[in-house]
Design a protein around this ligand. Structure first.
Ligand SMILES: [Zn+2]
Length: 322
């Protein structure tokens, strides 16, 4: 059965924050940056957005509007942040911390909305933790096929200083933090960060409750990897876990399960069509999105990325090719 054939995954005090309601910042990157911003780090654009905060647990606060989500754990030895927001948002994030030092910063993946504040927090002494492949993307010039352009490597100050390939854990004050690889779910360097004691699980762009799920196929993301990664996340969570995606509302295990089931349904439909040599437009015409519990903003774009990812991973699921 395909779903087994494809399985290749690796077995594998925020006292300063509490009470902060909203801090103004310059932002304006609309939506998940599946592709990095044209904005050079540190630049600003005119549209104002608001950074809002919500307490998810005694020690854990969610910041929204950076333009995505940033999670902050308060510990006796400093703050642990998951993602640093876009470059334009980094100062507002720092201001929200009211002087508390960021000791640890995790990057869930390399996209600019998640790594734009790396220079700021790194220069202030934060250790930046990420998958080794995320470091490679940040350290290298790369091509963006959808826009036919090159993106320059980020300055060395933005590069992760601690990298890993599979999983790890650390203590931050009394909190146990677990983190690990989510193989090929959105890019090829996605990770989760699990604040085990507070039961908050940050998953980056591997879940997407609001926007169309993004598959950065050129960086290794594909539908099969995404389903496998979501299974890994479901195994970590229980009914009380607060699951934080890169964009959109906090999820429960049940809402993550529903999104995973939808992605598996799409996986089965689109791999079958790919086996028959069908294109993204063929998939759209065949109505593969018709019965899923999701309205897609840009169905063709989503299916184009699905199709590209499936072709890149054909040997993971393919039968005979036409
Ligand atoms: Zn992303």
């Amino acid at each position: 059965m395909k779903t087994t054939d494809r399985r290749s995954f690796l077995q594998a005090s925020l006292s300063g924050l509490a009470g902060l309601a909203s801090a103004p910042l310059l932002g304006g990157l609309a939506g998940c940056q599946q592709l990095p911003s044209r904005q050079p780090p540190g630049s600003t654009i005119a549209r104002k957005t608001a950074l809002t905060t919500e307490k998810l647990a005694d020690r854990v606060t969610l910041m929204t509007g950076a333009p995505g989500n940033v999670v902050a754990l308060s510990a006796s030895d400093g703050i642990a942040l998951v993602d640093s927001g876009a470059a334009d948002s980094a100062r507002a994030i720092k201001a929200s911390l009211a002087g508390a030092k960021v000791r640890t910063l995790f990057n869930t993946h390399y996209h600019a909305d998640q790594t734009g504040g790396n220079e700021l927090f790194g220069a202030a002494g934060a250790e930046i933790h990420a998958h080794v492949i995320t470091r490679q993307w940040l350290a290298t010039d790369y091509y963006v096929p959808a826009e036919d352009r090159w993106v320059k490597a980020r300055p060395k100050a933005a590069w992760p200083t601690k990298t890993f390939r599979e999983k790890g854990e650390m203590k931050a004050g009394v909190e146990s933090i677990e983190y690990g690889y989510l193989l090929e779910a959105h890019t090829r360097g996605d990770i989760y960060v699990f604040f085990r004691d507070s039961n908050v699980l940050a998953v980056g762009d591997v879940a997407s409750p609001l926007r169309d799920p993004a598959l950065d196929w050129y960086a290794g993301g594909w539908l099969g990897g995404r389903v496998d990664a979501m299974d890994n996340l479901l195994a970590l969570a229980n009914d009380e876990t607060r699951i934080v995606p890169a964009y959109g509302p906090v999820m429960t295990r049940a809402t993550l399960q529903a999104e995973r089931d939808m992605m598996l349904q799409l996986y089965d439909r689109t791999t079958d069509l790919t086996d028959h040599g069908r294109s993204a437009q063929d998939m759209l015409d065949a109505g593969v999105l018709n019965e899923v519990s999701r309205k897609f903003e840009d169905p063709y774009r989503f299916l184009y990325d699905v199709s590209k990812g499936l072709w890149a991973h054909y040997t993971n699921f393919g039968g005979n090719i036409v």
